[in-house]
Design a protein around this ligand. Sequence first.
Ligand SMILES: [Mn+2]
Length: 346
Amino acid sequence: MHLLSSSRSFLGSLLVCGSRKLQSPPERRISDTRFNAPLSAEEVARPVGVCTMMRLPYQESAEGLNAAFIGVPLDTGTSNRPGARFGPRHIRAESSMVRTYNATTRAAPYNSLVVADIGDVHVNLYNLKDSCRRIREAYQKIMAAGCIPLTLGGDHTITYPILLAVAERHGPVGLIHVDAHTDTGEQALGEKIYHGTPFRRCVDEGLLDCKRVVQIGIRGSSYSPEPYKFCREQGFRVVFAEDCWSKSLVPLMSEVRQQMGDKPVYLSFDIDGIDPSFAPGTGTPEIGGLTTHQALEIIRGSRGLNLVGCDLVEVAPMYDLSGNTALTAANLLFEMLCVLPGVQSY
Ligand SMILES: [Mn+2]
């Protein structure tokens, strides 16, 4: 069950072999035995161990967890550059840099919640509808376990089946959607399911509480005004990137918290909401996007909300040889973990 913890005795023997004797790695626990803790680079070197999100233990199901990292390596819903199928692996690899305590917000997520990496959804790359069924079923199990999913995408198609499962448990949810695009198209090439339509399909299925939907970072060219018109007709608040330029988003998030109230909220973050100068590793980049500072303001501004799930989608690592896009994604997923209900500050 715990790949990394099972390597403990191996590590223990390995580490005493060198001429300079290292201490055996500690138990992967902090504060008390209820919690999982990521390996610390002060005890075990970052590249050591099977790669999991944040160097957390891996387990096969969400049973017993308050929150879980889960990958959905699907990209056959992409309209332009493919590659987001490799997002989860690269985000996991870069996440070894992320530590356990949020010094700025003082959030200590691993002292507060039981968290693990539960692996990837077994998607069908050759059949989007079958993948949607597989994703929905996987998330139904996570919901049934009372666990909050933190998803590593994958293209944005995946948010539709995720929200099918989330709304089954929580009813129509509020949505904080960060993206360059509204993703509310009706169809493309005659298909209703791809990464340009997930939130249109969510409206069709009644999964969203439309008066509690905000889309932030929207910009770029479009084939018609229709998708924007659709959003306005549903009552979505659409915040264009232009309205964010050179501003703090702290005041916006104060309004968003009021709009969301106490009811369940889902946070869906498309990495292309951020400017391609920070995050070029994505399939449909648009100039004039959000900064990483603004991304932090949005996520940190979601603290206190009744978050029932979060995703970070559209990381296509091969378009960013620096690895910074996946590193940014890993950090944003840590920030999402830090604002989940129940996370204490120290
Ligand atoms: Mn998107």
